[in-house]
Design a protein around this ligand. Structure first.
Ligand code: FAD
Length: 507
């Protein structure tokens, strides 16, 4: 058959072997296991990877589940701990503290959101916080962990979990998987990208030693630089710095202190011009400060970060500058950008690896042939852009709603103009306690609720249908829900015990 009879893609070249590159390779190897498709990863061990990216959201487990990998195997391979959510410290002012859990609050009744019942009671003087109705938040606050019941008896037990993992070990694990499935790997520096003179499509990569690597489809996983999508194909970048003020980070690893129990949540603490992360792994911890370089010098950033590590430092702090925004087209010609090459927001809600997963899903669903029909590219680009905008809005919400009064940084964030899509959401929430749902949302209403509640932004009233319920019955039901949660938490082992059970040798 000549090319016109058989336009199928024969060869995929993945440019870069960081988290994005090896996730893409593993997923494509699995997806095309019965198809003759050559998959090659080109990476440079001289250049290395970004080396951060340790907190995930629950979709990661579905990603590796599709590969046939089990939670316990991945956890052992990546020195992982469990993550029930994110704990926000000092974001609403000194001493403030709340958890954004992966899971639901209470039980909706007759299609009316639980928060409306809670709001009514709250206004009537009921003091229990919304978090008392989230099993995920209560487990996290108590340092407990257990697997969610596969058949929850009620929505009280609906919570989900993710991992804190060593990103380098995760990439190695996926590399072993991909190579076992036939993926080729070339360790070399890419010197240049060769375009076809007639249509500007990518023909090959030229390596430092002069070798050429040809392909039909190139997946750009080369990190921030966007070697193919940006540097070779000239696709532009939409800068979101006016809404996402942080543009740099210092990352540093620390020792685990003997006897310290690893928290089952990511800790994010607001500082004077940004925030600090703390991520417990089994063999060490990840720490970092994300900050606005316009508001804080490097020396000041280090002075804020280093006294608050989760343990003694194991590495020198590493500065990582970044530019929040997205590639104007994630797919151009025969190149699809996945990972940092497609854009980056900032790590506050651990969304980068999740965006890699959805990029891969989209590529599988829209996998082209060598004619690269424009509607396929348009759909991929539209979905990617919308999804990133939704995540962007969710992250902006945290800055916009902050209640700190100590620095210009936080005051400026509160005063900033926000995207119209986010304005609509906040307006509907405050007017009616409801959630605007756009297409391609990564975060569900429960997550929005967690942030609104955490920052103390409540609607003016509650759903009038709630008033039909007998107040005494309502008060009893809520008290029962709280008691059930407290009882479940009391009966759950702590996180360290759960981790020890993963590894019989260590228990
Ligand atoms: P990289 O890791 O940079 O990999 C690029 C690859 O391309 C490497 O293999 C490199 O060798 C190769 N390469 C580049 N140029 C060449 C060349 N010329 N020749 C050959 N090979 C080349 N995400 C989360 O989900 N959770 C988090 O908690 C989180 N925290 C973060 C914190 C910070 C401060 C930052 C900046 C990011 C964070 N991220 C997080 C994002 C996460 O790190 C990335 O999304 C993820 O690591 C994917 O990176 P990548 O594979 O796209 O790029």
């Amino acid at each position: 058959m000549d090319e016109i009879d058989d336009p199928r893609i024969r060869s995929v070249v993945i440019v870069g072997g960081g988290t994005a590159g090896w996730m893409t390779a593993a997923a494509l190897v699995q997806h095309f296991r019965t198809t003759p498709l050559k998959i090659t990863v080109v990476e440079s061990s001289d250049i290395g990877t970004i080396g951060v990216g340790e907190a995930t959201i629950p979709t990661i487990r579905r990603f590796y589940g599709q590969l046939g990998l089990r939670d316990d195997d991945v956890m052992r391979a990546t020195q992982a701990t469990c993550k029930l959510g994110i704990r926000f410290i000092d974001w609403s002012g000194p001493g403030s503290d709340f958890i954004h859990p992966f899971g639901l609050y209470g039980q909706d009744v007759k299609g009316i959101g639980f928060h409306h019942y809670w709001l009514k009671q709250h206004r009537a003087g009921e003091t229990a916080p919304l978090a008392a109705y989230s099993l995920g938040a209560a487990l996290a606050a108590g340092g407990k962990f257990t697997l969610p019941s596969p058949n929850p008896p009620s929505s009280l037990s609906v919570f989900d979990w993710a991992l804190h993992l060593d990103a380098g070990l995760f990439a190695q694990h996926l590399r072993a998987y991909a190579e076992a499935g036939g993926c080729a790997r070339i360790d070399a520096r890419i010197r240049s990208v060769e375009l076809r003179p007639d249509d500007g499509f990518v023909r090959a990569l030229t390596l430092d030693d002069g070798r050429e690597v040809e392909g039909d489809l190139f997946v750009d996983c080369s990190g921030f630089k966007g070697l193919v999508i940006g540097e070779a194909l000239g696709v532009g970048f939409e800068d979101w710095g006016r809404w996402l003020p942080c543009d740099a980070a210092y990352a540093v690893q620390s020792e685990n202190r003997p006897g310290d129990a690893p928290a089952p949540f990511t800790r994010v603490t607001a500082r004077s011009a940004g925030w600090q992360w703390g991520i417990p792994l089994r063999h060490r911890a990840g720490n970092g400060l994300v900050f606005s370089s316009a508001h804080l010098s490097d020396d000041q950033a280090l002075a804020e970060l280093m006294p608050h590590l989760l343990g003694d430092p194991l590495t020198e702090p590493r500065r990582i500058p970044f530019r929040p925004g997205r590639r104007t087209q994630a797919w151009a010609k025969n190149c699809v950008a996945i990972g940092l090459s497609a854009g980056f927001l900032e790590p506050l809600e651990s969304t980068s690896i999740a965006l890699i997963e959805t990029g891969i899903e989209r590529l599988k669903a829209l996998f082209p042939d060598r004619r690269f029909a424009q509607p396929i590219l348009d759909e991929f680009n539209d979905q990617t852009a919308r999804e990133m905008e939704r995540v962007r809005d969710f992250i902006i919400l945290h800055y916009k709603l902050n209640r700190r009064t100590d620095t210009d940084f936080w005051r400026d964030c509160r005063a900033m103009a926000i995207p119209e899509t986010l304005e609509r959401k906040i307006a509907l929430w405050t007017a009616r306690g409801q959630f605007v749902r756009y297409r391609w949302e990564m975060f569900h209403p429960a997550s929005w609720l967690a942030i609104y509640d955490g920052f103390g932004l409540y609607p003016d009233g509650h759903d009038p249908a709630v008033d039909a319920m007998d107040p005494a019955y309502l008060a009893r039901s809520l008290a029962e829900m709280r008691a059930n949660i407290a009882d479940l938490v009391a009966r759950t082992p702590n996180h360290a015990q759960f981790l020890a059970g993963l590894d019989p040798a260590a228990s």
